[in-house]
Structures are given as structure tokens and as C-alpha cells.
Design a protein around this ligand. Sequence first.
Ligand code: GCU
Length: 423
Amino acid sequence: MFKPTIVLLWMFIFSFNCLAQQQSLPKTSAGFPINFNEDAVGTYILPDILRLDNGQKVSGEKEWIEKRRPEILQMIEHIQFGKSPGRPAQLNGQVVEQGAAFRGKAIRKQVVLCFTKDDCSYPVNMLVYVPSASIKPVPLLLNLSFSANNQLVNDSAVRTGYTWTKDGRRVKADTSSRFSKMNIEQFIDAGLGFATIYYGDIEPDFKQGYKYGVRSLYKDSSQYNWAAISAWAWGLSRAMDYFEKDKDVNSRRIALQGASRLGKAVLWAGARDTRFKMVLASISGEGGAALSKRNYGENMLHITDTSRYYYWFTPEYHDYATHSQDLPFDAHMLLALMAPRPLLLQTGDSDYWSDPYGEFLSTPEASRVYALLGKSSLLHKEYPQAGNTSLLMNELGYYMHQGGHTVLPEDWTLFITYMKKYL
Ligand code: GCU
């Protein structure tokens, strides 16, 4: 039975909650005001994804692949993330330990990726599990993580790694991380492999971090203007180089997952390296899947300020921060670089800082490319309610959980469903 008083009461409580949440949001970041008001976003124009720089319309698949895609890739590389080197000749991935895990369900491999010949400067430690029951190479999820390998999993055989503190100290990871552990068995039970890398092994995440990570191996070369996100993405490609030789893994069926800054990194890794079959980008926000020209939550001024994360991006990107409307691309183009490969965006409805709606608004334009390539996408779709999975199962998919800046256990369950279908 319809009860107007109950509905009114509910609406009152709901708006009160929203107001209370909004009121507790920060007003400034790096000294710049933050807009959390939909009515004050203003107008912006997105560069046409299907028009070449010379003004001509992209007529079909061939032109997208041969002309427009390379144009966009180069633009984003040059201006936002920077150019990184290719595969180092000395690359070597060594399995330093192998054993049974999770009561014999999985085979564990601990792999060290080395980029220099003799001394293995800046080793990247990768932990890999594959189902022991599988008789052929398995599809696998490669997770870029905030935790050292031993902190992420419940497996006492995993070697204790090192993590970096914000003030630049490298410490033994012998305490638990503030991030939750992963349930690995859910992947194994679904017939999937799982691998993880601590991002700080590739390059520590602070201003002078480049001195202690892979970028320092190329410090004498002026042709690479890569910033930290590019370095993390580069490390993932080196993991892919290893997987191409691991007979237990099907390297043509590897999905990347990362959250937040690591969501930005996996988007760039998937864009650059088409060997990755799928990307699951969680809460990637500004500089990731959220439109930069849209002034809501974090914007380019906040993220590129020297007191914050300028070292994630190239100096060219900082220059655009004061006039983002002139940026010749936006997040819709970054997303389209994944097409026709599957890409899932996961957000949270109260993660205002990362602008979940701004991520959704990238999808109609990116969808034009998915549609051109014959894939299912989010053309003409409405913004879903939190928890509604109706936009999830598409080659370009979107899902918003009820909650904030995190990946919830139930998100992982959905990712597995997505991987089972599209990987
Ligand atoms: C900060 C930053 C975001 C980033 C996030 C994270 O909030 O401003 O851009 O995504 O950190 O990585 O958690």
C-alpha cells in the first residue's frame, strides 16, 4: 500500500544524509577550492573522439585503428603520462620459489623480475597462483597492489617483502598492511590464476621516488619523459613479458586490476600495451576515467600541485591545469584506447572526490568507439543507482557500489563474473 507519509519521511532522511555528507567534505585542496555541487560544474566541450586532428571524420574500424587511435595514444602519452622505454634487453623473470598452496588447490610461484644483467637493481617481486587442477594455460588477473605480496595473501610461504613509507624509508613488510587481504581461493575456484605486484617495487610513490625505482635505470636517456604512473604501467608490461614465457598462464587472457592511483596506472598500461586483454579500473577518478574538463571533486589543479601528485604526470600536463578546457583530449579518449578489449569501471556512490558521475560521463563518448568496433557498450544508457548491476556486463561496463573510495569484497565477486564472461 502507498504511504505518502512514509515516502516523505524517507525522502527527508535521505536528503538530510546527503546534506550531512556533503557538509563534511573538504572545501579546498592544495589551496584550490573543490566543487561538490552539480549545479556549479559549468559547461565543457569534449574533443570529438571520432574526428582526426586534420578535421576529417573517422569513417570506420580501419581508420580508427590505423589513424585515430595512434593519434590519441600519442597525445595522451606526450601530454599526460610521458613516453617510456620498451622492453629492456636484460629482462629476466626468475621463479625463485614454487610450491603448493591453499591445501593443494593452487600452485604458487614467487617470481623476481630483473631489468639489469648482473646486480638485479630494483627487483620487482611478483606472486603468482594458478589452479593446480587445470590442464591447460589459465587466464589470470594481474593485480597492482598497495601491499607487499606477503601482506596481501594468507599464505605463510610467501617471502616477506619491503614497502616504502611516505617519508621515503624502505621497511620490512613484517606487519600487516592497512589494506585488506585478498581472497585468492575465489579466483582459483573460478579456474582463474591470480598474480600481484607491490607498486612500490617498481617505483616508490613520493616526490623523489624516481631515484629509487625503474626510472633511474634510464636517467641518462633524455628521450623518455615518463612520470610515475607510466613507470608503474611499464612494470606491468614487464610482468606480461614474463607471462609470455610461463607455460601455466595464457598470456592472451590477462586482466589488469588496480584501484585509485593504481586504477589510473592500469588504464594507462592497458592503453599502451594491447597484449593485456582486459582492464578492471577501480575508483580511478581524476587523471583516470573521470572527465578532467568537468569541475567536480578533484581537478587538474589539485592533482598536479607540487604539494600533491605532480610527479605522477608530465610537466606538460601541469601546464594545462589552469586551462583544462584547452586539453586536446579527456578521459573518454583514454578509455577508448582499450577498445575493443573489455574494460570495466568500478566506482562508489559516496566517493565524491573521485567523481563517479564524471567517470560515467566518459562512457557515452568512449562507447562510440566500442560500437564502431562492434562491441557492447553504454551508448544511450542512464546513470545507474548504486548497487545496480545493469551496466556491468558490457565490453565497456560500469558499476557503482554503495560506499566510498574502496573495492568491496562483493566487487571482486562481480569482477570474477565479468572475467568469466569476457576473459
Ligand atoms: C588521492 C588522489 C587521487 C588518488 C587517490 C588514491 O586522493 O587525489 O587522485 O586516486 O589519492 O590513490 O587513493
